[in-house]
Design a protein around this ligand. Sequence first.
Ligand code: OAD
Ligand code: ZN
Length: 246
Amino acid sequence: MLEKLADIILRCKTGAVLTGAGISAESGVPTFRGDEGLWKKFRPEQLASMDAFLSSPEVVWEWYNWRRELVSKVKPNPGHFALREIEELFDSFTLITQNVDNLHQVAGSSRVLELHGNIYRNKCVNCNTMHDPELEIKPDDIPKCGKCGGQIRPDVVWFGEMLPAAVIDEAFEKAEKADVFISVGTSALVQPAASLPLIAKQHGATLVEINPERTPLSDLADFHFPAKSGELLPELMTLLKEKTTG
Ligand code: OAD
Ligand code: ZN
């Protein structure tokens, strides 16, 4: 099956990949919805929402500081590196991620459409002015925006918030144009990201899913690989390289 996919990929000009928390699982970043997932231990609306920030900004910042520290200690895994390499096989390639952990960038992917922001960036809660990512945030003394006095918050998308318009618009455009669309490590439950693979398929893409578990996408996908992305993606890359050089 991998062989067949490799042959298809080599005939494709445009490719797009959507990643979710599962791509970073083998790096040691917890996912959201599994048995060990973050949303089993914490309630999203109490940590990742504007209401939570307005009522208890210190609690929200303690949680984001903990996650910042966690992701700063981990490294990209072979799945991230394989996606960094696969881009070279296409005339046009787009990597779209729901992750905020920055690991695709650390792995060297040239351009990443970050649908849900980036955990390292800071912005003003009122006027959205971007602030220094190096700013140290003490939860009991949160720095304020020099322009408007608003508190600094992480530049991530919270529950109930819109995704950055330019980013999601481009993601849909690239999904429509993709000859092959690969969904990796996402439960495919959170909108609007979950629509991207469907849009790609409707516009004629070969739809591929890499996920040890089944998701709402699995039955629609042309290929479902019930495997870990850190194992399957490098295998796919090796095969692709053999076929292109051999
Ligand atoms: P989820 O936690 O919902 O799903 C992670 C998926 O990764 C699951 O389907 C797992 O089966 C799969 N998985 C686990 N280990 C894997 C591995 N080694 N290789 C491949 N797949 C693996 O995470 P997301 O789908 O990313 O949003 O969640 C989407 C959004 O919901 C997140 O961006 C976040 C969350 O609430 C916001 O914070 C706005
Ligand atoms: Zn401001």
